[in-house]
Design a protein around this ligand. Structure first.
Ligand code: SAH
Ligand code: SF4
Length: 357
């Protein structure tokens, strides 16, 4: 039977305060508990000695601490990327990646077990959809990474660089805008200034192009960065790679992106998985340029990570450079090529979970 107790990681501080008031506990204990959860990163009731025994007993009865256990962990050969396969309470598994390059510490976290969107080149898409993650399961991934960073810091002798978790990208398994409410609740918890205190401009949500979700984000003016997975600049080519494009067409998607940028004043990142011979020619680059002309945009080029279920190959670096050059010279659109670090540990979304199953 599933555990029906409240997962503490899924509650905002406000909700926890209401709960404690209902239990008639002093609100001093809320502040202590929050401190234990997100500053001390405690992983059991026993690690919370300053909470009175009766409070801990009540918490133990009514709530649970959704700490995720590690099913597998892998480091890339250059040591900059660590990928975790984390086990949920019902034994499902998700991926969380810790990246430590260019002087930044970033956690790439999942929003669903599997994904319903079926992008042909994506390992998670090839798996199909199992279930949404709860807010607590999303927050627990960030807590896991924060703990790992602290452990690494403790292990290092002498002064070490800053290891606090500062950046989150929702680019792991799943489509975050298909699990909108849980994702937004998790983001509210991650941003809490007395907790992990992630700055909203350091949280990036990547979507396949769920148009109603983008419009809702625009209307709610939520302070985060939006990345939109484009991969093709015309409807037919996009629908062949991204089946969700049949439901939300490229025209509708671009209209929603325009609304988002107008309402929020924010630039959107457009992601483009570069597949050799498929979407990496000079003509493709020009098509992207025309599509995005006049929009506040940056293009993130991601050379394909090969997966078992898709025959494509990654674009060679000369073709990626040509793509970038055309965007910059002919359209003044900035772009980056994501470094393929971590490819030796299958750091493409969903790849570790597939290898395990
Ligand atoms: N579901 C969301 C976020 C997760 S995927 C989305 O699709 O945007 C994050 C990014 O990785 C997306 O741009 C996705 O298209 C890309 N991606 C997925 N599988 C990939 C692979 N095998 N190689 C390169 N990029 C991949
Ligand atoms: Fe889902 Fe994103 Fe993978 Fe597409 S790329 S199947 S939307 S996780």
């Amino acid at each position: 039977m599933s555990d029906l107790r409240l997962d503490l990681y899924g509650l905002t501080r406000e909700q926890l305060t209401r709960q404690f008031a209902e239990w008639e506990f002093s609100l001093v204990h809320v502040a202590r508990l929050w401190n234990y959860l997100y500053l001390e990163l405690a992983d059991s009731w026993a690690a919370m000695p300053d909470l009175p025994v009766r409070v801990r007993a009540k918490l133990d009865r009514e709530t649970r601490l959704g700490v995720l256990s590690v099913a597998r962990e892998t480091d890339s050969s250059d040591g900059f990327t660590r990928k975790y396969l984390l086990r949920l309470a019902d034994d499902e598994q998700i991926e969380t990646v810790l990246m430590r390059y260019t002087g930044r510490v970033t956690a790439c976290i999942s929003s669903q077990v599997g994904c319903a969107m079926g992008c042909v080149f994506c390992a998670t898409g090839q798996m199909g959809f199992t279930r949404h993650l709860t807010p607590g399961e999303i927050v627990a991934q960030a807590v896991h990474v924060a703990r790992a960073l602290r452990a690494a810091q403790n292990a290092e002798a002498g002064p070490s660089p800053v290891h606090r978790l500062r950046n989150i990208v929702l680019m792991g398994m799943g489509e975050p805008l298909h699990n909108y409410d849980a994702v937004m609740q998790a983001i509210d918890i991650l941003r809490d200034s007395n907790g992990l205190a992630l700055a909203s401009e350091r949280i990036t949500l990547s979507t396949v192009g769920v148009v109603p979700g983008i419009l809702r984000l625009a209307a709610e003016k939520r302070p985060l960065h939006l990345a939109v997975s484009l991969h093709a600049a015309n409807q037919a080519e996009r629908a062949a790679l991204v089946p969700a494009a049949k439901k939300w067409t490229l025209d509708e998607l671009m209209a929603a992106c325009r609304v988002y940028s107008e309402q929020t004043g924010r630039r959107i990142f457009y992601e483009w998985t570069l597949i050799e011979g498929k979407n990496d020619s000079a003509d493709h680059a020009r098509a992207v340029g025309h599509l995005l002309r006049g929009l506040p945009a940056q293009v993130n080029l991601i050379p394909l990570n090969p997966t078992a279920g898709y025959a494509g190959a990654p674009t060679r670096s000369e073709a990626a450079k040509r793509f970038q050059h055309i965007l910059a010279q002919e359209f003044k659109i900035p772009s980056t090529v994501r470094q393929r670090r971590g490819i030796d540990i299958g750091a493409g979304c969903g790849q570790l979970a597939v290898a395990e199953s």
